[in-house]
Write a protein that binds this ligand. Sequence first.
Ligand code: SF4
Length: 282
Amino acid sequence: MSKIKIAELFYSIQGEGRYMGVPSVFLRTFGCNFSCRGFGMSRGELSTEADDIATVAFHFNKYEELPLVSTGCDSYASWHPEFKDLSPMLTTDAIADRIMEILPNNEWQDEHLVITGGEPLLGWQRAYPDLLDHPEMAGLKEITFETNGTQQLTPEFREYLHDWVGNGFDNEITFSVSAKLPASGEKWEDAIKPEIVCTYEEVGTAYLKLVVATEEDIKDAERAVEQFRKAGFEGHIYLMPVGGVESVYTLNARSVALAAMKRGWRYSDRLQVPLFKNEWGT
Ligand code: SF4
């Protein structure tokens, strides 16, 4: 039986993108190929918040005890090696059982499953079929992978997803691709991978969700969209304000919405910030 290292597993409202407002189970896998220390920082500077917390990691026994950050990756504990012990390796049986426990009626109704991270399309692709084929997952109709769009689907997983969509009348796969612009602190050539994201469109709906806070970020977003379109990407484009604490977020939301409108793009809120203050498990 397959196992997945799970950083968080919780039930909440999807706060971002296409399924904003939909009740959702969030499966946050451990591990990421990026660290995105640039969010919320001046261009060229990198946040040390996660690393500073990591120096006292021994103080924290569970996720809910970890401090929230206002700069860098807001889910740092899902990839930072110092927090790996907070993420248990669970069998797909145990994960399916836990999902049944947290669903309101202990069965799938209108809820959707969000597989997020970290970066959920790293090695765990080999384990998802075991989970999705579990009898307790039979009522599930909609899945979103929240990915940074740098990981190829393996041929086996691509085929599996293709069949999963074909096997159910209403089954839908979505790739919410948060391609990392330079404001994240990651390098353009490592982060902007249109040729990979185009392959996601062969098995489901894919859209770009670009996080911006400044005019410079919006210029980067335009450049990225141009590259994606040139490669044949057909999905929608969302602009989303930078995350972190509410004070940072509210400064950005209106100008980001106006920038999206001006270009005929979509705006994505981060409902988890005003609703739940971006706490762990939301
Ligand atoms: S890709 Fe996402 S999870 Fe990974 S470091 Fe960046 S923001 Fe965090």
